[in-house]
Design a binder for this molecule. Structure first.
Ligand SMILES: Nc1ncnc2c1ncn2[C@@H]1O[C@H](COP(=O)(O)OP(=O)(O)OP(=O)(O)O)[C@@H](O)[C@H]1O
Length: 268
């Protein structure tokens, strides 16, 4: 077990830009609203965005009293660590790649998480080194797959589900983001990225559609300002969807049979 953490939940997407980080931040806050102690680890080395989403100033660095371990930052009641704190974002992508697994392990092992019930990991998109490192090195209670209903995103999401299955990490379900857009002027709703994709993929892989989130100007604006919608509109419809997703995640993890969370060994 990772020190100080009861359950690790990987939030993953096949394709970039489908809203994985937005879902991670809001889901973490929704889980905290259920009375759980929650942390977020931003492992998206190619575009760490959690610090911005939690309104943490760019210059913030985690404290290290002993030079070996880091204290996570605190934001909106969430313990936060990010690749962005360790890897200079001006370092070219091509160099960041090989550093990724090492930096990820460092974040996992050298962060002094304070008694967390849930640690949500914002994964880089795709099925690369970090995913494998995670599967090899830590016990993950489950993965949440984020996708838009668009065919191209679904195709990549399927690859993600298959990868988690192969490494024996239980897939807790699918979150369909940017499902429907309702025009703020005329009220007309349109499925800009297609319809029913999340449900189809959930059925195909015998998992569940955990929730559907609208494509909404408000979600984007609040996120950019560092006030995720779950915080800024706790009584709103979107917060209710996140609350329902958080409850399902908690129920699935807490009721999982012991063997489902057993880690396979790659014999490293
Ligand atoms: N439901 C939504 N409605 C409107 N905008 C959204 C929604 N979800 C996410 N966004 C916006 O889309 C952009 C991409 O979202 P986000 O960074 O969460 O995606 P990602 O999948 O984590 O991307 P990456 O793979 O690049 O890290 C952001 O500007 C975010 O505010």
């Amino acid at each position: 077990m990772t020190n100080g953490v009861k359950h690790i939940i990987a939030v993953s997407s096949g394709k970039g830009g489908v809203g994985k980080s937005t879902v991670t931040a809001n889901l973490a806050l929704a889980m905290a609203a259920l009375g759980q102690r929650v942390g977020v680890l931003d492992a998206d080395i190619y575009g760490p965005s959690q610090a911005q989403m939690f309104a943490v100033p760019e210059t913030s660095k985690p404290r290290s009293d002993d030079g070996q371990t880091f204290d996570p930052l605190q934001a909106h009641g969430i313990q936060l660590m990010s690749m962005a704190f360790l890897v200079d974002q001006k370092t070219p992508m091509i160099w960041r790649g090989p550093m990724a697994s090492g930096a990820f392990q460092q974040l996992l092992n050298q962060t002094r998480w304070d008694n967390l019930d849930y640690l949500f990991i914002d994964m880089p998109p795709g099925t690369g080194d970090i995913q494998l490192t995670m599967a090899q090195k830590v016990k993950v209670s489950g993965a949440v797959i984020v996708t838009t209903p668009q065919d191209i995103a679904l195709l990549d999401a399927k690859r993600g589900i298959e990868m988690f299955r192969q490494v024996k990490i239980p897939v807790l379900g699918v979150v369909e983001n940017m499902s429907l857009h309702t025009c703020s002027q005329c009220g007309h709703s349109e499925p800009i990225f297609g319809e029913g994709g999340g449900e189809r993929i959930a059925q195909e892989y015998q998992t569940e559609l955990l929730g559907q989130l609208p494509l909404s100007l408000h979600i984007r604006q609040q996120m950019d300002q560092g006030h995720p919608v779950v915080l800024s509109e706790p009584q709103g419809q979107v917060a209710a969807v996140f609350a329902a997703i958080a409850q399902q995640v908690r129920d699935k993890v807490e009721n999982a049979p012991e063997e489902e969370t057993v880690q396979i060994s790659f014999g490293d």
